[in-house]
Design a protein around this ligand. Structure first.
Ligand code: AMP
Length: 216
């Protein structure tokens, strides 16, 4: 089963993926987390990606597609978070899955007003070791700057500054939002209001996954 979480930066893809992966036993594939780890490790991919990530722009499709292709195994149960982000990436994903005899089962599109996405991004904090997501206002770690889960350092992402967050939203509208029509055409799209509490959004997502699972 392959589920994609689609949504603007700040719409809660990371938080919800971490919850749903545990609940349903998905392998969570978050291209942003993978890129941040590659950048921290100063790998070849990390060095290529760094200026794009820091500037709030999309990393070129060929780099991303090669990186993801190496991580998707035939027949696996995946929750994709932050990929695909362009129509070309979506087409490449279709090809990768088709070779393994599967296809995308559900695209959950999280909808959220832009100003709320900006508010969430600029108050977001993440663990730079295990990628756990916090919020400086509504969900801070118990000890300031220390991850509850792994004890790693909790920091603000460089690209969550207000200026870069606004650029990322524009990039989303321009390059990623067209995927809503793409997947509506494939009849796998389900739009979900992401403005509620994390628990209520999780409940809506879980219901969508259950109904696809029941229909398989
Ligand atoms: P995220 O953690 O999903 O918000 O991603 C952080 C940054 O990583 C994005 O602003 C992009 O620079 C880069 N990135 C993550 N996923 C992709 C992707 N599928 N295609 C291109 N760039 C990506």
């Amino acid at each position: 089963m392959v589920v994609i979480l689609l949504g603007a930066p700040g719409s809660g893809k990371g938080t919800q993926s971490q919850r749903l992966a545990g609940r349903f036993g998905f392998k969570h594939l978050a291209t942003g987390d993978i890129l941040r780890a590659e950048i921290a490790a100063k790998s070849a991919v990390g060095q290529k990606a760094e200026p794009y990530v820091k500037g709030g722009k999309l990393v070129p499709d060929d780099v991303i597609i090669e990186m993801v292709a190496g991580k998707v195994e035939a027949g696996g149960k995946y929750l994709l978070d932050g990929f695909p982000r362009t129509v070309d990436q979506a087409r490449a994903l279709d090809g990768i899955l088709k070779r393994g005899g599967s296809s995308v089962d559900l695209v959950a599109a999280l909808t959220l007003p832009s100003e709320e996405a900006i508010r969430r991004m600029t108050s977001r904090r993440i663990c730079s070791r295990c990628a756990a997501v916090y919020n400086a206002i509504s969900n801070p770690p118990k000890a300031e700057g220390v991850c509850d889960k792994c004890g790693g350092p909790v920091v603000q992402r460089e690209d969550d500054s207000e200026a870069t967050a606004r650029r990322r939203l524009m990039v989303f509208e321009d390059q990623t939002h067209p995927l809503v029509s793409y997947y509506r055409g494939e009849q796998v799209l389900k739009e979900i209001d992401a403005s509620g509490s994390p628990d209520s959004v999780e409940a809506a997502l879980a219901a969508a996954i259950e109904s696809v699972r029941a229909a398989r």
